[in-house]
Write a protein that binds this ligand. Structure first.
Ligand code: CA
Length: 223
């Protein structure tokens, strides 16, 4: 899961980045509204944490432009304690949730998990696909009752497929969701990860199909 943090306060953004990485998310950070605007317009994220008070373009404006582009990426807005108008406006403009500063990182993580569950259509943190059991919270996958040993990246890749069942996912979307900015990634690297993941999950009846020239798709589960 890849999260964009748009926050100009260096202390808050550093804390957010650390907490979310520890929780297993891929994160990117921008500190101005225009940078946030161009990031969400050009890349895929699973969630955006958007401060309202950003320099160069405020968070509400970024949000409005996203929704005008029909970008439905979930957005969690961060507002000041006295920013009741901001909250109302944010929700009216299509924010999915909000947090008032100062907030606890534990609460933020809980909100993020709830949002991602809601928007990916998963009612539970444990997803079953054939004989595969995927526990997003414990960051563990099982084939039946046996643990499948997955690297952080392989786990992230499997999560991308399980949260987009039946959809074709292009290599560039996978690169966006799995890697941070500045990481050197080739299309070949994606093929290598897919290859490794396939070998590890096929025992659970999970098949990732290649759709030549387009991308990859998770096949219906084989029991
Ligand atoms: Ca701010």
């Amino acid at each position: 899961m890849r999260i964009l943090i748009a926050e100009d306060d260096a202390t808050i953004s550093a804390g957010l980045t650390r907490a979310l990485r520890d929780a297993g998310y891929v994160t990117d950070h921008v500190s101005t509204g225009t940078a946030a605007d161009s990031a969400v317009a050009s890349q895929s994220f699973d969630l955006v944490i958007l401060d309202i008070g950003l320099p160069s373009m405020d968070g509400l404006h970024v949000l409005r432009r996203m929704r005008e582009r029909k970008d439905a990426t979930p957005v969690l807005i961060l507002t000041a304690l006295d920013g009741i108008d901001d909250r109302v406006q944010g929700l009216n403009r299509g924010a999915d949730d909000y947090l008032v500063k100062p907030f606890s990182l534990r609460e933020l993580e809980a909100r993020i998990r709830a949002l991602l569950r809601r928007t990916t259509g998963q009612s539970q943190l444990i997803v079953t696909h054939g004989r595969l059991h995927f526990d997003a919270n414990a960051r563990t996958a099982y084939a039946g009752d046996k643990v499948i040993e997955l690297s952080v990246r392989e786990f992230g890749l499997l999560e991308i497929f399980l949260t987009r069942k039946g959809r074709v996912i292009s290599k560039s979307v996978i690169i966006d969701l799995l890697f941070e900015w500045g990481e050197e990634v080739s299309a070949n690297a994606v093929e290598v990860y897919i290859h490794r993941l396939r070998k590890k999950v096929e025992v659970a009846g999970v098949h990732i199909r290649t759709i030549r020239g387009v991308g990859y798709c998770l096949d219906p589960a084989i029991e």
